[in-house]
Design a protein around this ligand. Structure first.
Ligand SMILES: C[S@@+](CC[C@H](N)C(=O)[O-])C[C@H]1O[C@@H](n2cnc3c(N)ncnc32)[C@H](O)[C@@H]1O
Length: 547
């Protein structure tokens, strides 16, 4: 018997069944479905009920394992477990078992929601970073790096990202909550409770070094002097768990005297206490800490929708802006190509001083604060490779990059279709569009559109059509209307990059109904220890099956 903690009340004994989407397993108690965390299929556990508010299902945490699965391991992180940090879901499973569980979830979602039944393998991705690139004029020179953000080769071996093997030390973007005392922490699962956890083991060593021992007292008011802003400990801890506006950390960076690390001021007019986002570049070794308004996406959010409960499930930096119209306002909105007034030279743009530089395939991506970037160091190369292999772009083709972020796929597509081809990249976050403009200025075949992807904006492309499409939407997926509009352009092949197998399956079902076939589905373990998984699905139009 393995004791893993817990209280005596509301505890039931359960046989654990299959894995469910979202980091729990399914059990039954007198016919009622119970979603159980901290358990594994085939186990018998005692579980403490954590949510009995729904008629059709309850939630529970395994607090004692009566019969352990062979895949069970001791969680490497002391903060993992029932009632503790909610950021990781599978620390108690071996990495191989985690991947099998995620594969089962992807397979089940495809089968149930898209009628596509096929074996799925979740591939390991090496987190070992590439060698740091030589500094260039706009890459922070080593002498300018803060003391806590050492170049990687200066880090002792045991603080380097361990990569494949342990599934730790991979996360280069973290959103931390601050306790009332200003300690750096993470939230419990579906909870506002903050667990002091500056030593989170999935965070990249550069991130951990940047927050170690750091105290960041909550601010009493925003930069604009918002009279409603709370400043006491209670406000801070409570507000931090709620869904809220996207951080706008683009005002007034200041440099902390102790470390030299930049701390961005919070956005004007927002409640000011509660959270920081830490972004580290494995390419340059630079780290930027951004103080965010005291709100968050709360428990259960996923990779592209904000930070989850705690350990910040992927994409803290990828929270989509709330955009209500097809065209967004902002410095880069409405950009069409690179000659529309968007600064593109080195050092141009108001964000140049606080940008993070990431290098992929020898291209330097210059990211403003809060701009989406994949959180796993191996993700950009892995995903670009999967997309290019799947689409097999040809010189002169017309390509679309939807939900383009800072232009990761647009750049790769542009190189592939060459100067006689075209790439239209659509992205609704003006800061991401501006980052793309700064990073892809040497690719005149790319046309950046600061627009929301919608049936309307896609209909605007009807005249030219598209040969190949990459879409990489937020967690909610593209949706039926967008799928229909993009398929109406009759691309010969579509690469759908997704962090949520359920929304992926729903959107693939639309493509299948339009006659498209799923020719490849690859799944990557870009979020070890969590329930999240990244997929790349390649769909082809009728008659293009063999490519
Ligand atoms: C998962 S990220 C992908 C970014 C990019 N493809 C990459 O890999 O770096 C999703 C992106 O979609 C953007 N976005 C969200 N909703 C959008 C919409 N309706 N139209 C256009 N872009 C949107 C977000 O700002 C974010 O940059």
């Amino acid at each position: 018997m393995i004791e893993i903690g817990g209280a005596a009340e509301d505890v039931i004994e359960l046989e654990i069944g299959p894995v469910a989407h979202g980091g729990s397993c399914v059990a039954r108690d007198n016919g009622r479905v119970v979603f159980v965390r901290h358990a594994l299929p085939g186990e018998r556990v005692r579980a403490r009920l954590t949510d009995t508010s729904h008629d059709r299902y309850w939630r529970a945490d395994a607090v004692e394992v009566l019969r352990a699965a062979p895949e069970r391991v001791v969680p490497p992180c002391p903060h993992a477990g029932a009632g503790k940090c909610g950021g990781c879901d599978w620390q108690h499973a071996s990495l191989a078992a985690q991947r099998r569980l995620k594969a089962a979830v992807v397979r089940e979602q495809l089968r149930r929601l898209a009628g596509l039944d096929r074996p799925v393998e979740v591939e390991a991705v090496n987190a070992l970073p590439p060698a740091p690139s030589a500094p260039t004029p706009s890459t922070p020179a080593p002498s300018a790096l803060p003391p806590d953000a050492l170049p990687l080769d200066a880090l002792p071996p045991d603080t380097r990202s361990p990569g494949e093997g342990e599934g730790l030390g991979w996360r280069t973007r973290m959103r931390y909550a601050l306790t009332g005392q200003g300690e750096v922490g993470l939230r419990g699962h579906r909870s506002h409770e903050i667990v002091p956890a500056a030593d989170c083991l999935i965070a990249h060593p550069l991130v951990r070094a940047a927050v170690a021992g750091r105290i960041l007292p909550p601010r009493a008011a925003s930069a604009a002097g918002d009279a409603s802003a709370g400043g006491d400990a209670g406000d801070s801890d409570t507000a931090a768990g709620r869904a809220g506006p996207r951080a706008n950390p683009r005002a007034n960076p200041r440099v902390e005297p102790r470390t030299g690390i930049e701390v961005q001021a919070e956005s004007v007019g927002e409640i000011s206490v509660g959270e920081i986002e830490v972004a580290a570049s494995v390419s340059s070794g630079a780290v930027v800490i951004t103080r965010l308004p005291g709100t968050s996406a709360g428990a259960g959010a996923g990779p592209a929708s904000g930070v989850p409960s705690a350990a910040g499930i992927p994409s803290a930096a990828g929270v989509p802006a709330a955009v209500g119209a097809d065209s967004v306002s902002g410095s880069a909105a409405g950009v069409s190509g690179f000659d529309a007034g968007v600064p593109s030279g080195p050092g141009a743009g108001s964000e140049a001083e606080s940008e993070i530089v990431e290098v992929v395939r020898e291209r330097r991506f210059r990211l403003g604060p809060g701009v989406f970037w994949q959180v796993h160091p191996g993700a950009p190369e892995t995903l670009v490779d999967a997309v290019l292999t799947g689409l097999a772009p040809r010189a002169g083709e017309r390509a679309l990059d939807l939900y383009a972020g800072a232009g990761l796929f647009a750049a790769a597509l542009a190189e592939a279709v060459g100067p006689d081809g075209t790439v239209v990249a659509m992205e609704s976050d003006p800061a991401a569009v501006a980052s793309a403009a700064r990073s892809l200025g040497d690719l005149p075949q790319v046309s950046l559109r600061g627009v929301r992807v919608s049936p309307g904006s896609l209909r605007g492309l009807a005249g030219t059509g598209a040969d190949i499409v990459v879409l990489d939407p937020p967690r909610a997926g593209a949706g039926r209307a967008v799928m229909l509009a993009l398929l109406a352009l009759r691309p010969r092949a579509v690469a759908y990059v997704s962090c949520d197998p359920a929304s992926l399956a729903r959107d693939l079902a639309v493509a299948v109904a339009q006659g498209y076939s799923l020719v490849t589905l690859r799944a990557f373990d870009l979020f070890p220890m969590t329930a999240h998984v990244e997929c790349v699905a390649i769909m082809v139009a009728p008659g293009h099956g063999s490519r």
